[in-house]
Design a protein around this ligand. Structure first.
Ligand code: R7I
Ligand code: MG
Ligand code: MG
Ligand code: MG
Length: 402
């Protein structure tokens, strides 16, 4: 297996950014529109992007002369270039990112700056500090996470792991917030074939905000999907089929319950596993049927497009795998563009499903594999590519030291 390249590292994190920035404006659209209208609309929006030309939200998602979004909902002021936005990003015409990208960048920088033993109180501090900076920009953090990041500051970061346990009537959050920010862990732990580091860091970081077993297994699911995309994609000559990719993924995902290096940690949360195994079977059934058999309403019913981990994280893997082949209702021959378009078309939590699809597909095709105009149209594109390069440098140094 060839070593994953810097291009894949950058593709992964830029994939989060593009999926998030472009996905956000479509949140909840298709539920209210019929699919043919939605897909036409999304494709039109993506086609309008020209290299070097930054498109503000209102040009990107509104029809000319229409003061509201296509479903009739008024746009938040920061999404309109004429609105009084304190966010800044929309004023420059760049598409603004949300909490998904913000927490991903913070997590990646934390890994870059840390030595081998990770200090999760420091991670909590960083998430809270970034949340404070993000406040005027309306990045759309999940309500549970907002309360936690505020609480951490109030208690001066004492016992930070205690508070997430108390959320949602003591069940802990199963929101997709762990999966949405986890891709840097897959990059950081790429050199550990035992998966011990991937599982440990995913669980420990997830527990700061998401303690529900399904939230935790969601994070592991997404981290493993990104890992496999790195290992199977890039310059590797023999590419697997979508089904082969899924089968290998399933074996790895199962192994974390039994593998000696990971079972010690995963056993506590094992009740979170089965729902993802069931989703893998659903993905397989859809892939075997092929695009002509997909009724998108059924895809949404069975895989989900919601903010809950089991109803969005496997959906992202599906969007990536479904796009291995042409899809008749999506007019592009680019894998990355097809995958995020499919994610947006499914509606619901589009920034997060788009971002997670983008992370997996970006890791697979690499930055060179997707339209550069997408990246250039997003806020913080230079920053995220730089962070990816630093994280890559750190991982390559580790190889040399070992
Ligand atoms: O998971 P989280 O960070 O949210 C991420 C989402 C992404 O779509 C982002 O783009 C952003 O929009 O938010 O934040 P949480 O607040 O922990 O979870 C998100 C939501 O999931 C909560 O507000 C709840 O509606 C729901 N949820 C639950 N509902 C019932 N029971 C999470 N856990 C539970 C639960 O245990
Ligand atoms: Mg978001
Ligand atoms: Mg949201
Ligand atoms: Mg979201």
């Amino acid at each position: 297996m060839s070593q994953p390249s810097l291009n894949q590292w950058q593709g992964c994190l830029a994939g989060v950014l593009v999926g998030d920035c472009f996905g956000f404006p479509y949140e909840d659209l298709p539920r209210k529109k019929t699919f043919p209208n939605t897909i036409e609309f999304i494709q039109d929006d993506l086609e309008k992007i020209k290299i070097g030309e930054m498109i503000p939200y209102d040009r990107g998602i509104k029809k000319p002369g229409n003061p509201s979004s296509p479903d009739g909902k008024p746009l938040p002021s920061w999404m309109s270039s004429s609105g009084s936005s304190s966010g800044g990003a929309s004023n420059s015409g760049l598409r603004q990112y949300t909490d998904d990208t913000s927490m991903t960048i913070t997590f990646a920088k934390f890994l870059i700056d840390s030595n081998n033993s990770l200090d999760y109180v420091n991670l909590a501090r960083r998430f809270s500090a970034e949340y404070e900076l993000d406040k005027p920009k309306m990045r759309g953090y999940g309500p549970g996470v907002k309360r936690l990041l505020t609480k951490f500051q109030e208690v001066n970061f004492k016992d930070v792991f205690q508070y997430a346990l108390e959320t949602f009537d003591g069940q802990g959050s199963l929101g997709n917030g762990c999966g949405m920010r986890i891709s840097p862990v897959a990059l950081y732990t790429i050199n550990d074939p035992t998966l011990e580091r991937l599982v440990d860091i995913t669980i420990d970081s997830c527990l700061l905000t998401h303690t529900h077993p399904q939230g935790i297994f969601g994070g592991i699911f997404q981290a493993l999907a990104v890992r496999q995309a790195l290992l199977f994609g890039g310059r590797r000559k023999e590419k697997p089929s979508a089904i082969e990719f899924l089968n290998t993924f399933e074996t790895e995902f199962k192994s974390i319950l039994t593998n000696g290096a990971t079972s010690r940690r995963t056993a506590t949360y094992r009740t979170g596993y089965q729902i993802y195994q069931d989703k893998i079977n659903v993905i397989r059934r859809f892939l075997e049927g092929g695009p002509s058999s997909w009724d998108l309403k059924k895809v949404i019913d069975e895989l989900g497009n919601e903010v809950l981990s089991p109803k969005s994280i496997p959906t992202a893997l599906f969007c990536f795998l479904a796009s291995f082949q042409e899809i008749d209702f999506i007019n592009t021959d680019n894998h990355f563009q097809r995958a995020i378009t499919l994610a947006f078309t499914l509606g619901g939590d589009t920034d997060t499903i788009g971002g997670m699809t983008g992370a997996i597909c970006g890791a697979y095709v690499g930055l060179d594999g997707f339209p550069q105009k997408f990246v250039a149209s997003c806020e913080a594109s230079g920053k995220i590519l730089n962070v990816a390069e630093k994280l890559y440098g750190k991982c390559m140094t580790q190889i040399l030291l070992n």
